[in-house]
Design a protein. Structure first.
Length: 534
């Protein structure tokens, strides 16, 4: 018994005692990180469900029929293996020089359409829209912003930018601009060879959409801001830091040179300069005009705008000129042209989130460890880490969207809330048997439905038609003094016009025009044959 007592009381060295095994978390395994949904997955899925699987659904992306002529242009390029240099679609300017400067997107649209109709195009566009929001969020979190603040600001940016969510080539710019800005932001923190990825990205972007100019503008402002910051440094210390100025000037030159890699060379730049300088375009095309602050979307933009102005003032006080220039330039652009509102949100959001996070941290710095604010900060840190990965679930979700059909109400045609689809179908023979005057949007739809068996007076290519023809278009549609000369000038004897246009009321009273059809949205008129030569 004594021996037993001695044995039981023997001392065992602490070092010999095995520490309890640390439990292996599922997320610590490769399989777990791949299979357990991440916050990035959930964010993308929630965005797509919110924007496109409820309410108006995917059809909302087809409220602008420019998509139609992009599809037909892409099909022309695929069939001829050449990029068009002359007009394909009008009877008002047949064969005139034309720049199909979004040709690569047009080819992509044609491929998607041939694969699955309009479903392929709206799905592609929806994924790019969700992608831009996700990249923007990841960029903001990378900067160290509070996750809750980051999500809130990104959702406000999405809300403000939704006025320009259409299945058109510009969604490429919404997707690529946050990538470009993130690369620039990262390089300003620590120089990396990755910044030069912007050069091939610019070359690709140039052939996808004219929004490549947004990146050139941002890099140009970076050079100007860096020069001013260097001058301020020289004034206060007597030293002029040349490194960043030389680096970013070289980047600007390289990216600018890359834009020449397109089928039209420098001719594209001349054309775009003329287009963007045109007062006619600014006054006649709605998306180039200032937005009306009367909707929920514009309340979102107004919130971003005031916050941006305040933050830019704080940047200037701290001699962070580049950030202030970016915010103020795009704020001005968004105020003068509604199409720039999403771009302003993309550029400004990372700085707004960082500034809001700084304010939040200063307000909660003295809070106790167990306070609500500290708990939220801890959760924010965890959420930020959870956004840093993506899993197979996102791939499976996209695959499900591709496979599923009826439950998601994929569009078979452009929305009949905007376009007289039923009348166009019923009157196909009438519409394709002569020259028809119609609105630019409805003409886009006619191109989509009937090209190459139809030509139109004007369509959505505002850069092609120009001021002279645009004035004739308005003269007839608004029944101005000289409207009676327009039909004979361009040789059209038919019109499909909205019921509320001024010309509609006038033609109803004319004995030399008769009503062919009236569906309550569009009225079809035809000039009486015995009056055409008078």
């Amino acid at each position: 018994m004594a021996a037993q007592g001695n044995l039981s009381s023997a001392t065992v060295p602490v070092s010999a005692i095995a520490a309890p095994a640390k439990p292996t978390l599922v997320l610590d395994t490769k399989v777990g990180r791949l299979l357990i949904p991440s916050f990035t997955d959930l964010f993308v899925i929630a965005l797509i469900v919110w924007m496109f699987c409820t309410g108006a659904g995917w059809e909302s992306l087809l409220s602008d029929a420019d998509t139609g002529w992009h599809i037909r242009t892409g099909q022309y390029i695929a069939a001829t293996h050449s990029v068009p240099t002359k007009d394909l679609f009008s009877y008002s300017k047949p064969g005139q020089p034309w720049f199909a400067w979004e040709w690569l997107t047009d080819v992509l649209y044609a491929g998607l359409f041939n694969w699955s109709g309009l479903k392929g195009i709206v799905l592609y566009s929806g994924l790019l829209i969700a992608g831009f929001a996700t990249i923007l969020l990841r960029h903001i979190l990378w900067r160290g912003a509070n996750a809750f603040i980051a999500i809130a600001i990104v959702l406000v940016v999405v809300g403000a930018g939704s006025i320009h969510f259409h299945a058109r080539p510009h969604v490429v710019t919404l997707f690529l601009l946050p990538i470009g800005m993130w690369l620039i932001d990262a390089d300003r923190r620590q120089h990396s060879k990755r910044i030069w990825l912007l050069v091939p990205l610019t070359a690709l972007w140039t052939n996808l959409h004219g929004g490549f100019l947004a990146l050139i503008a941002c890099v140009g402002l970076l050079v100007i801001g860096t020069a001013i910051e260097a001058a301020l440094e020289w004034k206060s210390t007597g030293l002029f830091p040349r490194g960043d100025l030389v680096r970013y000037s070289g980047l600007l030159l390289a990216c600018s040179a890359a834009t020449v890699l397109n089928p039209y060379g420098y001719g594209l730049h001349v054309h775009l300069a003329e287009y963007l300088r045109s007062d006619w375009i600014k006054n006649a095309v709605s998306e180039f005009q200032s937005a009306a602050f009367r909707s929920e979307n514009m309340m979102d933009f107004e919130l971003l705008l005031f916050a941006g102005i305040a933050v830019s003032g704080s940047f200037l006080l701290r001699r962070r000129v580049t950030e202030a220039l970016w915010i103020l330039y795009w704020a001005h652009s968004a105020l003068t042209s509604a199409r720039h509102i999403p771009l302003y949100g993309i550029v400004a959001a990372p700085f707004l989130a960082s500034a809001a996070t700084d304010v939040w941290l200063s307000l909660t710095a003295g809070a106790s460890k167990n306070s609500l604010s500290k708990v939220l900060n801890a959760l924010s840190a965890d959420f930020g880490k959870a956004f840093q990965r993506t899993t197979v679930w996102l791939v499976l979700f996209v695959a499900a969207l591709i496979v599923l059909d009826a439950p998601l109400r994929w569009p078979k045609d452009f929305t009949d809330q905007v376009f007289p689809a039923k009348t166009v179908t019923a009157k196909q023979a009438w519409l394709t048997s002569g020259r028809v005057f119609s609105t630019d949007q409805w003409s886009d739809y006619l191109i989509y439905r009937f090209y190459p068996n139809i030509r139109v007076f004007v369509d959505g290519r505002s850069d092609f038609y120009g001021e002279a023809l645009g004035k004739d278009y308005l003269a007839f549609s608004q029944a101005k003094v000289n409207w009676t000369t327009i039909p004979s000038k361009y040789g059209f004897t038919k019109a499909m016009v909205p019921v509320d246009w001024p010309i509609t009321a006038v033609l109803k009273e004319r004995r030399d025009w008769r009503i062919v059809a009236d569906d309550g949205k569009a009225i079809l008129f035809e000039q009486n044959s015995d009056t055409r030569t008078r």
